[in-house]
Each structure stands twice: as C-alpha cells, then as structure tokens.
Design a protein around this ligand. Structure first.
Ligand SMILES: N[C@H](CCC[C@H](N)C(=O)O)C(=O)O
Length: 268
C-alpha cells in the first residue's frame, strides 16, 4: 500500500542518494518502486536508495539499492552519506567519535572529520588484476566492496564514458557480475581526475566512492602515483581523498556528505 514516507536526499560529492530511516522496519519497497523514486524528472531522482535498518552488531545496517531498484554491492559515497544521515536522526558515535555500521555483511567504521565531511574505513580490497586485455585496450581491476575496472587515459574530458563504459560493463566474459568502469587521468604524483560509468545506474555518475578508492589504489600499485594519500577529483568537480597503508589493507575514503533536502514521498 502506498504510504507517506519521510526521506532525505543527500549528495556525496555529486553521487546522490535517497535515504530513509527504516529502523522500525516499517518500509517495504519493491524494486519497481525504488526505480521510480530514483528516476529523474518523474521521481525524486537519485543514483541509489538507502534504507537505514537495525543491526545486531553495529549502530545500524545500510541497505543500498542502485537506481535500477536492485540491491547493490558496497557504495562508498552512500556509506559516507548514510553516516551523515544517521547522525541527523540521532544515531550517536562511540566515545571515540566512531560510527559503526554494517553493509553487505561487512563491518564499517566512519568518523565526521570536518563540516559535512565523513571519513569511512573501507573493506580490504580483493581480486586485484593488473592487466586485462579487453581487445586492443587494457584495464586493471579491483574489488573495493564493488567491482571496478580502471583505465588510464590522457584527455579525460574527451572520453566517451557512457559508450565505452557501457561496452566494458557488459563484458561478462571477463567480469561475470558486470563491473563499474573508471577512466582516470593522472594530474600529479598524488592526484588523479576520475570519471565513472556505474553499474546499476547504467550511466556516468558525478562521483563514485568505491571507484575513487579503486582508482587511487591501482594508480599507486601500477606506479602512476607515488603517495599514500591521493586526491581524486570527480566529475562534479568535488574532491575525494583516499588514504591507505603500504599493504593497502587499511584504506580510508574522505569527502563531502550533504543533506540537500528532506521531504515526504508517497510510495510503497
Ligand atoms: N556509487 C557507489 C558505487 C555503487 C556500486 C554500484 N554501482 C554497484 O556496482 O553495485 C560508490 O560510491 O561507491
């Protein structure tokens, strides 16, 4: 039954999310309803929809859906926005200022590190592949909570992110579950520019958190950058920061998380 559901719309460096408090588990949304809410012009419009749910092991559980209405894998910007939203509805950090939540069965920790700024400790990366032949073009791959192919370019503005990204996203012969596709341009030994084609949104988004982490880690691993703290400028023009230990097991993503507006929507 359709009912009035309060929500907030958040932007994590331009990656935007509808977030709802479902700690009482009263909200049930079919994939088609989530897709309609995320559709721009006819819905609220967002790259994804997040439900904040109860958790037995942490302060809350983040249930993330892509704009296509289906549950997604980890969303880094969504995680940062979920923490900022949770704080706005009264969720308290521990004595050390740490917010603990779970997502996709993994534990996450986050801290408010500045005004409208959240720092998130990411899961250990997996599945690294340094060089994959796409047929005339090469990419690297890493799973930072979500699967990401990373391609180095020169002249990032001119790249056909949607056309090329979509083709690589569907190379299920190489990436069985599909993949997000990131195009990077190295701008300094500690900075890169990034544009991402997102699986589940099926379009270029203005930012991607797990993609920024993937791009930063692989740029360092493959010798394109040489710092352990990388500035990643995303399509919106915002900066994400990715900091990591030498063995890349400890990885942090930091960037803006802003409540753009709050409202009430009829859905269900
Ligand atoms: N935008 C997200 C990634 C969502 C992952 C999703 N596109 C998928 O592959 O399921 C982020 O900030 O990390």
């Amino acid at each position: 039954m359709r009912r009035e559901i309060p929500f907030s719309k958040l932007s994590g460096a331009g990656n935007d999310f509808i977030i709802m408090d479902n700690r009482d588990r009263s909200i049930t949304l079919e994939a088609s309803a989530i897709r309609a809410l995320c559709t721009r012009r006819t819905g609220i419009g967002a790259d994804g929809l997040i439900l904040i749910e109860p958790s037995e092991t942490a302060s809350f559980s983040m249930l993330y859906h892509n704009a296509d209405g289906l549950p997604g894998t980890m969303c880094g910007n969504g995680g940062r926005c979920a923490v900022w939203f949770a704080r706005s509805i009264g969720v308290q950090p521990d004595a050390g200022g740490c917010f603990r939540f779970e997502a996709n069965g993994d534990p996450y920790q986050a801290w408010v590190s500045g005004p409208e700024t959240v720092r998130l400790r990411m899961r250990e990366p997996r599945g690294i592949r340094d060089e994959i032949d796409l047929g005339g073009q090469y990419c690297a791959f890493i799973d930072t909570g979500s699967p990401h192919a990373v391609i180095r370019t020169e002249g990032l503005d001119a790249v056909d992110v949607v056309g090329e990204g979509r083709a690589i996203r569907h190379r299920t012969d190489i990436f069985p579950g599909g993949t997000n596709v990131n195009f990077i341009e190295v701008t300094a030994t500690d900075s890169i520019d990034l544009r991402t084609f997102e699986r589940g949104v099926e379009d270029e988004t203005l930012a991607c958190g797990t993609g920024a982490v993937a791009a930063a880690l692989l740029s360092r691993r493959l010798g394109m950058t040489s710092a352990d703290s990388i500035r990643v400028r995303v399509k919106s023009g915002d900066m994400l920061n990715v900091t990591f230990s030498e063995d890349m097991r400890e990885v942090y993503l930091t960037g803006p998380a802003v409540i753009v507006y709050t409202g009430v929507v009829k859905a269900g």
